[in-house]
Write a new protein. Structure first.
Length: 397
C-alpha cells in the first residue's frame, strides 16, 4: 500500500527551515511518509534534504499585503500536488491549506510556531493593539476549528487557540548533531550569538555588556541582521572601541555553525522585554548552545527558556534589558570549571529530557491516527498525483 503523502506548506519559512525539514519532515520521512516542503525562494530543481523533497516558488514581492493576495495561488499550488495531508506553518498558509483541502480532499494540520495575535503590535497604535490581537486570535481559532489537527511548537500557545484539548505539543526540542562539545579552558572569553540579530533580540545589549568586560573578551555572531540595524550596530561598536572584538559570520549550515559554537565559551539568548513572543519563546539557539556544551545566559522573562535552564542548571537567567546584569552574569561564568560543569549538564539535558525523539514520536502518532481513518481517500489522492511528485521513503537523506 502506498504511504500517505505529506505536504509541508510555507508562505514565509525558507525551504531548509530547521523545524519544518530537519525535525518534523525528517521524522515523518523516517516513519515512511513521503514528504515535500513547498516554500518561497529562488526557483530551482527539487532536491532532497533529510529525506524531504524541497520545492520552491517565487516569493511574492512586498510585505503582508502581498502575502495575503498570494493565498489563492498558494492554495492552487498545494491542491495540484494532491497530498493526503497538508501541514501548514503560518496563518496565511493555514488558509491556503484549508482552501486546497476542499479541492483535493487532504487532511489539514496547522502548525503554531508563535503567538500570532501579538505580531501586529509593532505596527498598531497602542490603543488599537487589544482589538488587533482579538481579531487575529478569532481568525486563527476559526481556522483551527476547521483543521483536522493543530500542533504547537512551545508551551503557552494553546490557550488562545481553544485550549490544550485542541492542540498536540510538538516542541522545538534538540535534534542531535555529531559534534565534539566544548572543553572549557582558562583565558579570554568568546561569547556567542546564533541566528537572526535584531535590536529586539538584544544585539545592542550585547555591545553594551561587552564594553563592561575585560578587553580580551570577544563576541562571535553567526547569522544576519534582519531588522536593518547592522549599520547602526557597527557604528556603535566603533564608538565603544569594540570593532576588533566582534566577529561577524554569515548564515551557514547548522552542522558548521555548531562546530564553531563549540569553540566559544558562553551562549547568549538576550530577547528584550515588551514582545509577547519573547515571553513564550523556545528558540533553536538555546538547544544548539546546550548541545555544543556551552553554558547559556537567558532572559528571566522567557518563561519556558528560563525554566529549562534552571531545571538543567546549565546557565544563568538575567534581566536582559540591563547590560550590567548581562556583564555580571558573564563574569560569574569566568571560571572554566563552572562553565565545563554547566555545559555538560546542558548537553546531557538536550540529549535526553529536552531531546527531539519524544516530540517526533508524538508527531508520528498523530499522523498515524489522521491517516488511518481515511485510507481510501488517501489512496485515491496518491493515485491522482504523478509518482515523481513524492520522494520515496527510502530516498537518500
Amino acid at each position: 500500500m502506498t504511504p500517505p503523502a505529506v505536504l509541508m506548506l510555507s508562505a514565509a519559512h525558507p525551504a531548509e527551515d530547521v523545524r519544518i525539514v530537519a525535525k518534523e519532515g525528517a521524522a515523518l520521512a523516517a516513519a515512511g511518509f513521503p514528504v515535500r516542503h513547498l516554500a518561497p525562494g529562488p526557483v530551482g530543481a527539487t532536491r532532497l534534504l533529510h529525506g524531504v523533497a524541497l520545492q520552491t516558488y517565487p516569493r511574492p514581492a512586498g510585505g503582508w499585503r502581498a502575502r495575503l493576495m498570494a493565498i489563492p495561488a498558494l492554495a492552487d499550488r498545494a491542491a495540484a500536488l494532491r497530498p493526503a495531508v497538508i501541514h501548514a506553518h503560518e496563518p496565511d498558509s493555514w488558509l491556503a491549506a484549508l482552501m486546497a483541502a476542499r479541492r483535493c480532499g487532504a487532511r489539514v494540520v496547522l502548525d503554531v510556531h508563535e503567538h500570532y495575535p501579538s505580531r501586529l503590535d509593532p505596527v498598531l497604535p497602542r490603543p488599537l493593539r487589544p482589538l488587533g490581537r482579538a481579531l487575529v486570535a478569532a481568525a486563527c481559532r476559526l481556522m483551527a476549528a476547521r483543521a483536522d489537527a493543530v500542533v504547537v511548537a512551545k508551551d503557552g500557545l494553546e490557550g488562545w487557540l481553544g485550549g490544550a484539548a485542541r492542540c498536540t505539543p510538538v516542541r522545538n526540542y534538540a535534534t542531535s548533531v555529531p559534534i565534539t562539545p566544548r572543553r572549557h579552558r582558562p583565558g579570554p572569553l568568546t561569547l556567542l550569538h546564533l541566528g537572526a540579530l535584531t535590536r529586539a533580540r538584544g544585539a545592542f545589549i550585547m555591545l553594551e555588556a561587552l564594553a563592561l568586560l575585560p578587553p580580551g573578551t570577544r563576541l562571535r555572531l553567526i547569522g544576519r541582521f534582519t531588522d536593518g540595524s547592522e549599520a547602526a550596530f557597527r557604528d556603535r561598536s566603533l564608538a565603544l572601541g569594540l570593532a576588533g572584538q566582534v566577529e561577524y559570520l554569515d548564515w551557514m549550515p547548522r552542522e558548521e555553525a555548531l562546530a564553531l559554537a563549540a569553540e566559544a565559551d558562553i551562549g547568549l539568548v538576550l530577547f528584550q522585554p515588551g514582545v509577547e513572543n519573547h515571553r513564550l519563546a523556545l528558540p533553536h539557539k538555546l538547544f544548539d548552545c546546550m548541545l555544543a556544551g556551552l553554558p547559556v545566559i537567558v532572559p528571566t522573562l522567557a518563561e519556558e527558556v528560563a525554566a529549562i535552564v534552571r531545571s538543567a542548571d546549565c546557565g544563568l537567567t538575567v534581566d536582559t534589558a540591563d547590560a550590567a546584569a548581562v556583564a555580571a552574569a558573564i563574569v560569574a561564568l569566568a571560571d572554566p570549571g563552572v562553565r565545563d560543569a554547566m555545559g555538560q549538564r546542558g548537553r546531557d539535558a538536550a540529549l535526553t529530557r529536552f531531546g527531539w525523539a519524544a516530540e517526533a514520536a508524538r508527531l508520528v502518532r498523530l499522523y498515524r491516527l489522521l491517516t488511518a481513518s481515511s485510507n481510501a481517500a488517501i489512496q485515491a489522492a496518491m493515485a491522482a498525483a504523478p509518482a515523481s511528485v513524492w520522494p520515496s521513503a527510502r530516498s537518500p537523506r
